[in-house]
Design a protein around this ligand. Structure first.
Ligand code: ADP
Ligand code: MG
Length: 693
């Protein structure tokens, strides 16, 4: 149960003075429906009222605080006219302007002859200096009560700044003193305030320097949130590990035999990943591992060798690909690499029908098929394994967590290996993927030639076409990638078709076209022509993004490169430079380039390291966008900024690990404080994993 001390924070916002049901709805829209949500709504700016000029010197458009004497009330003759109050100081006249005035409150607030301090935005109108609806009107004696510097908050229609400020003040008044949950040494070293002080300070910035994420109060709050996140993940992970799995016991003979027959030696990274995977599989608990590596880093081989262990132990393995092209390619690769081993590998996609399908199903159910390669077709109800022990899922983003579980349900305690060619930035990896361990292939196989990347404005397309002609004369194979148009596969297609017919006029039937709307066989035929000769210039939409392997393609033109994301450009580029020939990638862009587009293109020219590109992508886009926060189960942080607070994540991770190592059920006094933290950040579910939860 949530500790009672937190109850005031988990009351409805409407509990706060001045917030009724109508405002309550608006607050819910703005930040959430509980008092604590209001607290997490941190200021984005400040209003500085310290500027106190004379009336004649007050510049138009600036916030100023003026001391004036009230001279005259000019009441409106009809309700559409403003109510004006003439005031002055020694240097000039200031009109205070009000609309829709009801009753006599202005006469009470601004009696003739009185001195008043008014604060608001200075305006000039018809050569007169005025202030419309001043933010503050005070008796000079009350000046101390006015905040000369006010926090500014993000608002929503219907909520004024004043209302939000008042609600936050009321919420702050309820914020309790909480027992410190952070490591004392860390708090001392970073000179962090307590939680109570931090939340108060974060809402009381006095200088622009108090607003950025690096301010100690903000940093402390971000750390609290990250620590709650890391505790949750660590608990989840521990629980997942306890779930029964099965120990795959293989001596590794089959694996060694297949490895010996490979036409290359494994990279150090491949060997390391394989070791991590084999160790997981040997454990009696379930494997949930992510294998990350750039296109061409050799994930497929690692998967194959892992599957060999399962086969040797008498079980079955499945390899799932997101598209048919990829499934076929995996099937071809695996068959080739495992040729000498005698392993039975079979393929099932939507295109295997009738007899082929029935046969596949029979062999799978009988255990004759040892490795099943396929697409979503493997999920179908009538697909039954004899004994599925390992599921390898390629390209994480195309399959949801649901489907991962669906496939796992086709066996008993199935080990899961997810492969992705979109490296996930460390920070995201640590804050998401709670249930996955991770292996990284951060080393390219030897013997790969370099890819040079250059950015060319589209105005110079003629030069590009001339260069393509020269390359085609030398028998190069070239990809031409057509622009991505958001949410519109149709216009994608039109653009690709238009480009195709233009290039076709120039180069004739050496040009081919593939796109996502094509029927499987037709697309495969064109791809095969590109791989084997006939088609040398392949115009494509992003269907070729994932996995397609034509090792002797050496040139790629990406049209409207500015419209692609950084990670996607990197993925596309990974289609070339796969063989021993030097390759070239031309990023054609439309001018003018936005600043981030310019940065994206320049990062791509600079580096070919997918892990570094992933980090830069995060920096340029913000965490939410990187993988589409919602559908991929990534969580959003309210206080932590994953780019700005990245350095805090490993610290929080380590602290969570240590705290749980010392006190697995969070039962000590420190443990109790950490439980409070979990509740504060609404990780009630995590607390339930604890014995005394
Ligand atoms: P990924 O799946 O990560 O994109 P693949 O496993 O398809 O990469 O490997 C890409 C290519 O590199 C394949 O042709 C594969 O045979 C080859 N390859 C894999 N590992 C090595 C290695 N250690 N040395 C040389 N070539 C390798
Ligand atoms: Mg692959």
């Amino acid at each position: 149960m949530r500790p009672a001390i937190l109850n005031p924070l988990f009351a409805e916002v409407t509990d706060l003075k001045g917030v009724g049901p109508r405002l309550g709805k608006l607050f819910q829209k703005l930040c959430g429906s509980h008092v604590v949500d209001v607290l997490w709504h941190l200021p984005v700016d400040i209003i500085d009222r310290r500027f106190r000029p004379k009336v004649a010197e007050a510049p138009e458009g600036r916030i100023a605080t003026l001391t004036v004497t009230v001279e005259q009330h000019q009441k409106p003759h009809n309700p559409r006219q403003p109510y004006r109050v003439r005031c002055r100081d020694a240097t000039g006249v200031l009109f205070l302007v009000f609309f829709h005035v009801k009753g006599d409150w202005l006469e009470r607030q601004l009696p003739i002859g009185a001195t008043r301090i008014v604060s608001g935005k200075v305006e000039r109108f018809n050569n007169q200096t005025q202030m419309t609806h001043p933010d503050h009107i005070l008796d000079p004696a009350g000046l101390d009560a006015m905040r000369l510097i006010e926090p500014v908050y993000r608002l929503t229609a219907g909520l004024t700044l004043r209302i939000v400020q008042k609600a936050i003040e009321a919420a702050l008044a309820r914020a309790p003193q909480l027992i410190e949950w952070c490591d004392a040494e860390l708090v001392r070293r970073r000179a962090w305030p307590t939680w109570r002080e931090a939340i108060a300070a974060a809402h009381a910035p006095t200088r622009p320097e108090d607003l950025p994420p690096a301010h100690p109060a903000r940093e402390r709050l971000a750390y609290d949130e990250l620590l709650a996140n890391q505790l949750t993940i660590t608990l989840l992970r521990a629980r997942a590990r306890k779930r029964a799995g099965r120990a795959i016991s293989a001596a590794g003979e089959l694996c060694a035999r297949v490895e010996r027959a490979l036409p290359f030696t494994l990279t150090g990274a491949q060997r390391r990943a394989l070791g991590e995977i084999a160790a997981d599989m040997a454990q009696p608990s379930r494997m949930n591992r992510l294998l990350q590596g750039d296109v061409g880093s050799g994930k497929t081989v690692v998967a194959l060798l892992a599957m060999c262990n399962v086969v040797e132990a008498g079980g079955q393995a499945a390899l799932m690909a997101p598209t048919e092209i990829l499934a076929r390619q995996h099937y071809a690769t695996l068959t080739l690499l495992a040729k000498e081993s005698g392993i039975e590998i079979a393929l099932l996609t939507g295109r295997e029908k009738g007899r082929a399908r029935t046969e596949f199903l029979e062999h799978l159910a009988a255990g004759a098929v040892q490795i099943a390669v396929g697409t979503h077709a493997l999920f179908q109800d009538d697909v039954a394994f004899k004994d599925l022990a390992l599921a390898v899922i390629d390209e994480q983003h195309r399959f949801g967590v649901e489907q991962r579980l669906q496939l796992a349900a086709k066996g008993k305690a199935v080990d899961i290996l997810v492969m992705t060619a979109t490296p996930i930035p460390r920070t995201l990896e640590m804050t998401a993927y709670g249930d996955l361990d991770s292996s990284r292939l951060d080393e390219k196989p030897a013997g790969r030639a370099k890819t040079t990347t250059s950015a060319v404005p589209v105005e110079r397309i003629d030069e590009v076409i001339a260069a393509i002609r020269r390359a085609l004369d030398k028998r190069a194979k070239i990809y031409w990638i057509c622009p991505l148009i958001e949410d519109s596969a149709d216009s994608d297609l039109q653009a690709a078709e238009a480009r195709f017919s233009e290039l076709f006029q120039t180069f004739g039937n050496r040009v081919g076209l593939v796109h996502g709307r094509m029927k499987g066989p037709e697309r495969d035929r064109t791809m095969a022509e590109f791989a084997n000769g006939g088609v040398d210039l392949l115009v494509a939409t992003t269907v070729i993004e994932v996995g397609v392997d034509v090792t002797d393609a050496t040139i790629m033109v990406i049209e409207h490169a500015e419209r692609f994301g950084l990670a996607q450009l990197h993925q596309l580029r990974g289609r070339i430079g796969r063989g021993d020939q030097p390759s070239a990638c031309l990023l054609l862009y439309a001018t003018p380039l936005s600043e981030t587009a310019r940065q994206r293109l320049s990062i791509l020219r600079e580096t070919d390291d997918g892990f570094r590109i992933a980090e830069e992508d995060l920096r340029l886009r913000g965490a939410g966008e990187v993988l589409g926060t919602r559908q991929s189960g990534f969580e959003q942080f309210r206080l932590a900024d994953l780019a700005a607070h990245a350095d805090l994540i490993p610290v929080a991770r380590e602290e969570a690990r240590l705290a749980l190592a010392r006190d697995a059920e969070l039962e000590s006094p420190r443990g109790a404080a950490l439980r409070t933290l979990l509740y504060l950040f609404e990780r009630d579910a995590a607390v339930r994993y604890l014995r005394a939860g």
